[in-house]
Design a protein around this ligand. Structure first.
Ligand SMILES: Cc1cc2nc3c(=O)[nH]c(=O)nc-3n(C[C@H](O)[C@H](O)[C@H](O)COP(=O)(O)O)c2cc1C
Length: 140
């Protein structure tokens, strides 16, 4: 079993950037959910995705539906969104907790959409998210 894995779903590449920054900080390769439809076992999984019309990515939801608590015990949910009002993913969170997977923390990161939060995620956003991820991983 991998100790840590990082999986992302993205439409406009912000989550990819974010997942790759986190992966780099943790020394693991971030994987696109589209190339990893069968969930892989990990002690701690970082799940990274954006918010679209107020909802999580359906691809990320499908991935979580396929997860088993025997494969993944702990998850950190990382959310990229334009509005500060939607920087959590309640549907993904519920799905995980119903399965018995512990959600250790939700990390939020500014994304952008048209003029909203334009220019994000920027270098500082990526550094902050990866520093937080590193701290969580160190506490395993
Ligand atoms: C079609 C679409 C709908 C979006 N809807 C929302 C929304 O409802 N709330 C919000 O805060 N951000 C919204 N956004 C902004 C994205 O959540 C933000 O850009 C995020 O960083 C996208 O991640 P991604 O690049 O990995 O796809 C939307 C973006 C797109 C492209």
């Amino acid at each position: 079993m991998n100790r840590i894995s990082v999986v992302y779903a993205t439409k406009t590449k912000h989550s990819k950037k974010l997942a790759e920054a986190i992966g780099k900080a943790l020394n693991v390769t971030a994987v696109d959910v589209r190339t990893s439809t069968v969930p892989r076992a990990a002690e701690l999984l970082f799940l990274v995705g954006g918010i679209y019309a107020g909802k999580s990515s359906p691809e990320l939801m499908r991935y979580v539906e396929g997860l088993d608590v025997n494969q993944v015990k702990k998850v950190v949910l990382v959310t990229s969104s334009a509005s500060t009002a939607s920087r959590k993913q309640p549907e993904v969170y519920s799905l995980l907790t119903e399965k018995g997977v512990e959600v250790l923390e939700e990390i939020s990161c500014p994304g952008s959409f048209l003029w909203l939060s334009f220019g994000h995620p920027n270098t500082v956003d990526l550094e902050e998210a990866s520093a937080r991820a590193k701290k969580i991983a160190a506490g395993l």
